[in-house]
Design a protein around this ligand. Structure first.
Ligand code: TYM
Length: 335
């Protein structure tokens, strides 16, 4: 056991958990619990950076907490906290805003993508919070002085900025923060089933993602209509859609089935119905198991909140200890 090293990761409560979240990050969160000092956080403050509905944020936050517990985040082995219940996240964010270069924030591709998404909408409002989002993310991680951050590929740039912020802080005020490193799964970028040139994401719409608790019928329908190729390009590399299906199968299915289908593919048999059936079977097995577990946890929502509040208090103690040091190092009085 290496409980000496710490792990931190976060997820936005912006809708239901999907396969991309699970295979890119959350499955790793579950795996790491025995070997590291793990803290996972539902980052509701981050979800305020885009226009949102108040009741929806409340419901999504609750659903995300229930969903993560259903995936196997275990309060006996890891801490699951809610960002807004630990106000030290935003206090550290301010300190980091003063050591983070404006130019570095300008270069964040996620900010540019979201700007493009918003600018196309009538009366769109682009908040300053959207711009400073990665500074809050750095504060999330460094508040607990985390060594490792299990995330999908899309978070690499944010993580590099967190390291840069740690370096700048340490240079200016003295060595204090470790430089956190990303931990990836074998599927760091799960692609959309309907458009395999893009990553699987809720914001693209329902046909692009498979929800982790989705019913069998719609899971099968989505996999059946997944974009592949005409099967005529033998000799060329795998098309992104087919590669995505194989990687879903490798991550969730029976290794023998995966190996047999891959052999068929390599032998030039490129009719994809069997591949799709195998992927659908694997995903249905996963989502059915998770749905049953979710129902158990959802049967006691007040109990779930009690646990999350208690775990957030534990996180707060750790957060306060970091900020006491940060206050000393930066010349601020102690509280
Ligand atoms: P979020 O909420 O968009 O996604 C949560 C996690 O899921 C991963 N992920 C994917 N992985 C592979 N393929 C996909 N299609 C896919 N879609 C999502 C993400 O990489 C992420 O690991 N900024 C973060 C939240 C955050 C955070 C943090 C993460 C805030 N503070 C501190 C780590 C540490 C985000 O928006 O993730």
């Amino acid at each position: 056991m290496d409980k000496q090293h710490s792990v931190f990761s976060g997820i936005q409560p912006t809708g239901e958990l999907h396969l991309g979240n699970y295979l890119g990050a959350v499955a790793n969160w579950v795996r790491l619990q025995d070997n590291y000092d793990c803290r996972y956080c539902v980052v509701d403050l981050h979800a305020m950076t885009m226009p949102y509905d108040i009741a929806e944020l409340r419901a999504n936050t609750e659903n995300m907490l229930i969903g993560l517990l259903a995936c196997g985040i275990d309060p006996a082995r890891a801490n699951l906290c809610l960002q807004s219940l630990v106000p030290e996240h935003t206090e550290l964010q301010w300190v980091f805003s003063c050591v983070c270069a404006y130019g570095d924030l300008m270069r964040q591709t996620q900010f540019k993508d979201k700007m493009d998404q918003l600018e196309g909408q009538q009366g769109a409002f682009i908040s300053a919070g959207l711009f400073t989002y990665p500074v809050l993310q750095a504060a999330d991680i460094l508040l607990y002085r985390a060594d490792y951050v299990p995330v999908g590929k899309d978070q690499e740039q944010h993580l590099e900025l967190s390291r840069e912020i740690a370096r700048r802080f340490n240079f200016q005020f003295g060595e204090f923060f470790p430089e956190p490193r990303a931990l990836a799964t074998p599927t760091p970028k799960v692609l959309s089933l309907a458009d395999p040139t893009r990553k699987m994401s809720k914001s693209l719409g329902p046909k692009h993602y498979v929800g982790l608790f989705e019913e069998e019928k719609s899971v099968r329908a989505k996999v059946r209509s997944a974009v592949t190729d005409t099967g005529e390009g033998a000799g060329e590399g795998m098309s992104p859609g087919v590669e995505n299906l194989f990687s879903l199968l490798a991550a969730c299915g029976d290794p023998a089935v995966h190996a047999a289908l891959l052999k068929e593919y390599e032998a030039g048999n490129r009719r994809y119905a069997l591949l799709k059936d195998a992927v659908a079977d694997a995903l249905v097995a996963l989502t059915s198991r998770l749905r049953a577990r979710r129902a158990e946890i959802a049967a006691d929502v007040p109990g779930m909140w009690k646990q999350v509040r208690a775990m957030s208090e534990v996180s707060r103690d750790a957060a306060r200890a970091t900020l006491r040091e940060v206050r000393k190092l930066t010349g601020l009085p102690s509280l």
